[in-house]
Design a protein around this ligand. Structure first.
Ligand code: C5J
Length: 225
C-alpha cells in the first residue's frame, strides 16, 4: 500500500494505481447458464468447460475483496419472464432450435429467476453486494449500475467474469466512456475461444490502455498484501 492509502498494481500498458475506498470489484455474468452444461453457452454450441478455470482465481479475489470490506458488484445477463426486455433480434440470433426463453435442463434459458440464470455457488453474492440484472452484453445498458457507482463514489473498477470478448469487453468499453478506470485480471476472465480471450485483452490495453489495464490475479493479490 502506498503512503496515501492507494495501491499500485503492476499491469499493462503501465501500472494501475487505485484507491480501495473508491474501487469496486465488478464480476460479470458468472452464471450457471454460461459455466455449466445445459445452459445458454452450451446452447450456442460452446464447450463450457473452457470457462471453468476462471472460478478459482475469482474466488480468491472475491475473498480478498470481502475480507477488506471493499465494494463488490455482480451482474447477470438475462431477461424478464415475460421476455419484455428481449429484443426480437436477440431472440432469433443464431437460428438455434432452442433459444432464450425456451425450456432447458436448468429452466428457461437466460430468464431471470430460473436456475440457469443464477450465479454459480462458488461466487454466490453475499447480502449487501449489489446484483445487476442486465438485458444486454454491457452492464451499463438499461441498468442502474452507473447510478449505484456514482452514489457510492466509485471511480475505478476491477472487472472480471465471462466472456472476455463479449460482456467483459463491452462493459469495460462502456465504463471507460463514462470515466471509470478499469483493471482486468486476465485469469479471472475467460472465453469459449482462447484466441478471442487473448485478443479481447489485447484490445483493452492497446494504444496506451485505450479502454483500460490488464494484469492477473496473482499480481493483484500480491499488491494487496
Ligand atoms: C455472452 C456474456 N457471451 N456474458 N454473454 O453472450 O459474455
Amino acid at each position: 500500500m502506498n503512503i496515501d492509502g492507494t495501491i499500485t498494481v503492476p499491469a499493462e500498458p503501465y501500472e494501475f494505481t487505485f484507491n480501495p475506498e473508491t474501487c469496486a470489484l465488478l464480476i460479470i455474468d458468472m452464471q450457471r447458464d454460461f459455466l455449466e452444461p445445459g445452459g445458454f453457452g452450451e446452447m450456442l454450441g460452446n464447450d463450457v468447460s473452457q470457462l471453468r478455470s476462471t472460478i478459482e482465481p475469482n474466488k480468491k479475489l472475491l475473498a480478498a475483496w470481502r475480507a477488506r470490506g471493499w465494494s463488490v458488484i455482480h451482474t447477470r445477463e438475462g431477461h424478464r419472464p415475460d421476455l419484455g426486455c428481449l429484443p426480437p433480434a436477440k431472440k432469433i440470433r443464431g437460428r438455434s432450435p432452442t433459444s432464450i426463453g425456451d425450456h432447458g435442463p436448468m429452466g428457461r434459458i437466460l430468464v431471470r429467476g430460473e436456475e440457469g440464470h443464477d450465479i454459480i455457488q462458488e461466487l454466490y453474492p453475499k447480502f449487501g453486494e449489489a446484483v445487476i440484472d442486465k438485458p444486454g452484453k454491457g452492464a451499463f445498458y438499461a441498468t442502474d449500475l452507473h447510478a449505484i457507482l456514482m452514489n457510492r463514489g466509485i471511480k475505478q473498477l476491477v472487472v472480471t467474469g465471462v466472456t472476455t470478448e463479449v460482456c467483459v469487453n463491452t462493459t469495460v468499453r462502456e465504463a471507460n466512456d463514462r470515466g471509470y478506470d478499469c483493471l482486468v485480471p486476465s485469469d479471472c476472465c475467460g472465453s469459449y475461444y482462447p484466441e478471442f480471450h487473448e485478443m479481447g485483452l489485447k484490445m483493452i490495453k492497446a494504444q496506451g490502455g485505450i479502454f483500460g489495464w490488464v494484469s492477473d490475479s496473482t499480481t493483484l493479490l500480491a499488491a494487496l498484501e
